[in-house]
Ligand binder design. Structure first.
Ligand code: F6R
Length: 381
């Protein structure tokens, strides 16, 4: 039931505030941040993973495909930058033939919305074989993150963290990506807390920020409607589009480009802002719009510098920025704003305008958004 929405994809995009609420209700203990004195030294998270896992893991490897791989790239940033744990991400389809060198105390996390993606199951099977008794001195852990708690994945791993997004019907993953981010963020923060990479005092504002995410996503959704209609009309017939992001939003640039490709069939490419300057910038002219993800934060100035170079090459500019940066309006012909947010949590908001843009352009082009050509929801072979 689409509940009044024209398509499942749109309904699922609008469900994201509730999805975040549900995941936080499951994974975050209530009241931790309000009861300062009594509880700040206690663990705010509810992930039900063994203490030994948190104590012993020295490396994390993430295997996934498509959108789930993009969530893993955001998570890599959190595991490394918040918890200080070396983390690698590999496409599940590449991991099977070229696994990471096996290290002691590795946590392998397979991420799959459906729990049935053949490549991801093959990767987890490969990881399992390698940590078999013959090599048992290399203790390893297998964890699954999935939206299907009864799936082939859950049978193959030691532990599962469900994403609690409810059934996703649209082929383009939206709300399940959001739920994957919530689960990953809680996991990275629990590592950071237990390993004292973050003190309870440092953790408190982040937890408070997580709790305000549902409202902020709602605000983001409200703010996009009008400008996105205009942008979709202006750019409905372009052939190519570039999405740029830096730091933690590099992964969101990749995800935005994937959403555009699969729903609108526009050739969209996501790049790290700096890397784009090393050759691909030659692609630009007035027919190739550039979407720059530039929320306030440590990479804001360098993103703006990249954007100005794109503008000098004649590219029309769409900017995803925070409301607090009014200067952006002059750089970007088409600003899309999100509420002010800590840079580390910004992917929760910056992905939303990209999902809506992909959806709106696809509708504008008269395409079947919920069932794009050539792809199935679950790639089991
Ligand atoms: C993109 C999309 C695909 C899936 C990929 C992995 O919107 O839906 O790229 O993300 O096929 O699927 P799961 O997460 O089920 O393993």
């Amino acid at each position: 039931d689409r509940q009044g929405f024209a398509h499942f994809m749109l309904k699922e995009i609008y469900e994201q505030p509730d999805v975040v609420r549900q995941c936080l209700a499951a994974y975050l203990k209530p009241g931790w941040d309000s009861d300062q004195d009594a509880s700040l030294s206690s663990n705010p998270f509810n992930l039900a993973l063994p203490d030994e896992l948190f104590a012993t893991v020295s490396e994390i490897q993430l295997v996934a495909c498509g959108t789930s791989r993009h969530a893993s790239l955001v998570a890599q940033y959190w595991f490394e930058q918040l918890a200080g744990i070396p983390t690698r991400v590999r496409s599940a389809s590449e991991f099977v033939s070229a696994p990471f060198p096996l290290a002691r105390n590795t946590l392998t996390i397979a991420v799959t919305q459906s729990g049935e993606t053949a490549d991801t199951l093959a990767a987890i099977a490969a990881a399992k074989r390698r940590s078999s008794p013959a090599e048992s001195s290399l203790q390893s852990w297998l964890l699954g993150i999935t939206n299907q708690s009864e799936s082939s994945l859950t049978k193959a791993v030691d532990y599962t963290l469900p994403t609690l997004a409810g059934t996703e019907v649209g082929v383009a993953a939206t709300k399940t990506f959001m739920a994957q981010l919530v689960v990953f963020c809680c996991l990275a923060l629990e590592f950071a807390f237990r390993r004292q990479a973050l003190s309870p005092q440092q953790l408190a504002p982040t937890i408070a920020a997580l709790r305000s995410l549902p409202d902020q996503i709602e605000t983001t959704l409200q703010h996009q409607h009008e400008p996105i209609q205009t942008i979709a009309q202006t750019f409905a017939n372009v052939k190519d589009c570039i999405v740029l992001g830096r730091g933690i939003n590099h992964a969101i640039a990749l995800e935005g480009a994937l959403k555009l490709k699969e729903t609108t069939y526009i050739h969209a490419e996501g790049y790290a802002g700096g890397e784009f300057m090393h050759g691909p910038i030659a692609l630009l002219d007035a027919t190739v719009p550039v979407i720059a993800i530039a929320p306030a934060g440590s990479v804001y100035d360098s993103m703006l510098a990249n954007t100005e170079k794109a503008k000098a090459n004649g590219a029309p500019l769409i900017g995803i920025t925070t409301v607090t940066e009014p200067a952006d309006r002059t750089v970007f012909a088409h600003p899309l704003t999100v509420p002010a947010i800590d840079e580390l949590l910004s992917p929760f908001l910056t992905v939303v305008p990209l999902q809506l843009l992909a959806y709106t352009i696809a509708v504008q082009r008269g395409l079947d958004v919920d069932r794009p050509r050539n792809i199935t929801k679950t790639l089991t072979r």
